[in-house]
Every structure is written in C-alpha cells, then in structure tokens.
Design a protein around this ligand. Structure first.
Ligand code: GLN
Length: 496
C-alpha cells in the first residue's frame, strides 16, 4: 500500500491488522504519519517532534513483526502530551519555566506505551501546566484545530490537551495521551470530534506526569474511535508502586467489556444539567443521545445531583490551591529556567515572573489566597466539604443508575480570536466535566453530532469507579449512532 492518506486514515485496529498481514510495514505507517505531521505543522500540535527516533523505532517494530514478537500496539504512531516526562526528550508543560527541561526519567504511562510497541512522534502542545480550555495559554503558541468555521477560520482544539486533539483530529497521529484535571481530555475531544476517556482516579499512574492538582489529575487516551480508545486504555491502565495514589485492582479486558449489550442498563440524566440557557442544539443532541440509548435497551431516567452547581466554584478553589503548592518547586534553583537576582528572594521572584504565563500566575494567586490563614476556612475547607458531599450525591445517584449522560461541554468549539475574553466565562467550559474529577469517577466524551454551525459536539457518559468498560460499551452505541459518522465528519473537516 503506498497511498499515504489511506495509511493515516486507518483506525488502530485496522492498522494492527494491516501490519500483521504485511499489507504495509511499520516504517511505511510511521513515515506516512511523519509526512502528515509535517504537512499539518501550521496547526502547532507538537512542541517537540521526535521523528528520527520514531523512524528508528518503526524499523525495530518491523524486525519484531517479522519475528512474530509483536506487542499489543506494535508500530502504532502516537502523540505524547508534553506533560509526561520522557527520558532524554525535552518536556516543557508548555511553560517557559521548563523550556529546556530534559527529564532524567520516564513517566510510567509513556513507558507502558513504549513497552506496548507504540511509536511516539513527539510531545504535543497543551495549555501551560494544563491550565486552560482552549490551548491558548501555551508558551509555545496556540494549537489549532483542523475544524474551521464557515469563513475558514480555525477553531481552538479545546484544552488543555489541545495539541493531542489537534494531532489526532488532523490524522497526524493515530492516538495521543491526555491528562484531565477538570475536563482536559473530554472537553478537547468534544471540541474536535474525537473520543476522550478520563479514567477513574488511580487507574492510570501519575508517576512522571507533571502535577497540576494532584488529587484531580488523571491520564487517559484520546482517539478517533471507541475501539481505539479501549486499546489505548488497555496499554495505559494498571497499578504502579511508584504512584502512591495508584489503585491495585485488576485491569479488565476492555475490548471484551466494550462488546456487551445495554439491555436493562439504567442511565441517569441529571436535571441540574438542563441549564436554562443551554444551547438548543446541545439540548436536542442530548435528547437524541438518550433516545439512542433507549433504543439499545437501556432505561433513561431523570436523576438529581443537587450540589452540581457548586462543582465549578469548588473546583476553581481546590485546583488552584493544589497548583499553587505543586508549582512552588519551580523556583529557579532546581529546575529549568533561572533569572538571577541580587538576593535569593529576587532570584525566585525574577524567575517566576519571567517563567510563568498569566493564567498560571492567576491560578497561583487564587490558590495562595484561598490557602492563606485568614481565608483557609472560608474557601478551601468549604470547598473540600462540598467535594465530600458531592461524592455522596454521586453515590446516591449510582445506587439508582449505572451510567450518567450529559453533554461534554456547553458549546461547540469557538474560533481562534472568538474565545471568551474573561477567565470566568472560559472556566464555564468545564461545567459538565469537573464533577467527575472532584469525585474521582471515570468519564468519556463521544463525538455525537454537529452544532448549528457544523462544528463538533460531544456527549459525556460518567460511571462508578473502575467501570471504564461500561463507558466504552455505552459510548460505542452512541458513536455508532452519531448523526454523522465521526470518521466521515473528521475527514470532511480536514478537506475544508
Ligand atoms: N479547563 C480546566 C482548567 O483550566 C481543566 C484543565 C485540566 O483538566 N487540566 O483548569
């Protein structure tokens, strides 16, 4: 096979089959993706590319394939969010302060993906320290989505995993890793017509993932199909002694779990998500998703999550509080960039002033404020209490239903330049996603339709802890019944 777009358009499942039957080599598959990534370079999906290593690894994969020593994702070209430490390869968190940081060690997730046989094409762009919803806060410039509005202006790829979604949606990588602290896998997947899964807190190791808010951060896959998502999750999930918050429960066979029926499953629609000002196209698609699940044999019922309206304010206290503590380590002494000063304090101040961007500084200010002695009880403690009660709300809800269905984001993607200018409106993007992080629950975003302006809209499913298999199963039903087939929509978006 020589036609390159026919190689980049394959799903992972198809690519594995083609490699197995020798329809093409890992080298051809990787070269096609390198070429495509070079073609799509204006999208700024990658901060650092590792094409030469990728080619070398592809040759190695071909040797293994020839000997029949194949691993589960042998020869599959992927993108790695630049928040995962990669040994010997620059890892920046899209921040100037880590602009030339070369980690001496490998994150568990990137290690597991290497061991599964994947080939990394490079480190994908993101919002600085994963703080944002549009990939506009990167010190390396915004990443662009291949999706454009009617006038031909590029949309944002969502955030914070915007480089990952830009790469996968533009067929420059077959899949990519993301991290999700408040929605950063699901929202960018929704914005670009992709599948994004945030696993249960503790399902995927956080070892070597640059920390934003440690009690909320979780790594997961971003792919073009649900089946590919199952394959990636299989390679990423698992207990890790290097992460104290990793949970030692067996990893099921996700492909197998994906295949079951929805007969008799109960699906809850939280009445609190029916916002008064919900866009009609989003509301209509949500109803349609409920219909599709009903037709597949599930029972859809309304449920109450009374504290949902506090999820966003609680998140925007807890996440910045943890961030301000995690980011204290970037002081110009031990890591990355340093700007000298005539005293130690001046060195700290100069380094941090020059090294962090505006959004990161805003979070540090908020976080330091809510943790300061006079305000600790009023903000941080109250937010933690709300978090505990929200976890109870979810427990209550999941005693009645197996899954919860909501839109992934309140809007389709906005075009570059058309983004909300005040931070609080930008934070509203996370309204449907943050509660899963606060409660540590798994969630998936499925591309399910197009908005009135023909831009992607995703539907979110949430499940009880460690029920990722159920998310994949119901997600597959939504995916297969999407208004426009998601792959057709993506190809169309790339042609425009
Ligand atoms: N958009 C959210 C924020 O800016 C979520 C970020 C994330 O999940 N990493 O905090």
């Amino acid at each position: 096979m020589t036609d390159k777009s026919s190689l980049t358009h394959l799903t992972i499942t198809q690519a594995l089959e083609g490699l197995r039957t020798k329809a093409f080599s890992a080298l051809e598959l990787t070269q096609a993706h390198v070429d495509r990534a070079q073609e799509t370079a204006p999208l700024n999906a990658f901060i650092t590319t590792t094409f030469e290593q990728a080619i070398e690894r592809a040759k190695h994969s071909d040797l293994r394939l020839a000997k029949g020593e194949t691993r589960p994702l042998e020869g599959i070209p992927i993108g790695m969010k630049d928040l995962f430490c990669t040994k010997g390869i620059r890892t920046t968190a899209a921040s100037k302060i880590l602009g030339d940081f070369i980690p001496p060690y490998e994150s568990t997730i990137s290690q597991k993906l290497l061991e599964a046989g994947t080939i990394s094409l490079g480190k994908t762009n993101l919002d600085e320290f994963a703080m944002g919803s549009a990939n506009l806060t990167s010190a390396f410039g915004p990443a662009l989505s291949p999706w454009k509005d009617g006038a031909g202006t590029h949309c944002v790829p969502g955030g914070s995993s915007g480089g990952s979604t830009a790469a996968v949606a533009s067929f420059s990588a077959m899949a990519a890793t993301g991290t999700d602290t408040g929605g950063s896998i699901r929202q960018p997947a929704s914005f670009t017509g992709l599948v994004g899964l945030k696993p249960t807190y503790g399902r995927c190791s956080r070892y070597g993932v640059i920390a934003f808010a440690s009690s909320l951060d979780q790594a997961g896959p971003i792919t073009r199909t649900v089946e590919d998502c199952a394959l990636m999750l299989q390679a990423m999930a698992g207990y890790d002694t290097l992460d104290a918050t990793s949970v030692n429960v067996p990893v099921p066979d996700y492909l197998q779990e994906m295949k079951g029926s929805l007969q008799g499953l109960k699906i809850g629609l939280p009445t609190q998500c029916r916002l008064d000002d919900l866009r009609p196209d989003v509301a209509a698609l949500w109803d349609k998703a409920a219909d599709v699940l009903t037709q597949a044999g599930a029972h859809v019922i309304p449920i109450e999550l009374p504290l949902l309206k506090y999820a966003l304010p609680a998140y925007y206290i807890i996440a910045p509080a943890e961030a301000s503590s995690n980011l204290a380590r970037y002081d110009g002494v031990r890591y990355g960039a340093r700007v000298e000063g005539d005293s130690l304090d001046a060195l700290y101040m100069n380094t941090r002033s020059a090294g962090f961007g505006d959004e990161v500084k805003r979070r540090i200010f908020v976080g330091t404020y809510v943790l300061s002695s006079g305000y600790y009880d009023a903000y941080y403690v109250r937010a933690q209490k709300l978090r505990a009660r929200m976890i109870e709300d979810f427990k209550q809800a999941f005693s009645q239903v197996d899954l919860i269905l909501t839109p992934s984001a309140p809007t389709p993607p906005f075009v570059i330049g058309g983004e909300p200018k005040d931070p609080v409106t930008m934070y509203m993007n996370d309204i449907f996603t943050v509660s899963a992080n606060l409660a540590g629950l798994p969630g998936i975003s499925i591309p399910f339709g197009l908005s009135s302006e023909h831009l992607p809209l995703g539907m979110q499913l949430l499940a009880p802890a460690f029920q990722e298999g159920l998310l994949l199963r119901a997600g597959k039903v939504l995916y297969d019944n999407a208004e426009t087939h998601p792959l057709t929509a993506l190809k169309e978006a790339n042609r425009k």
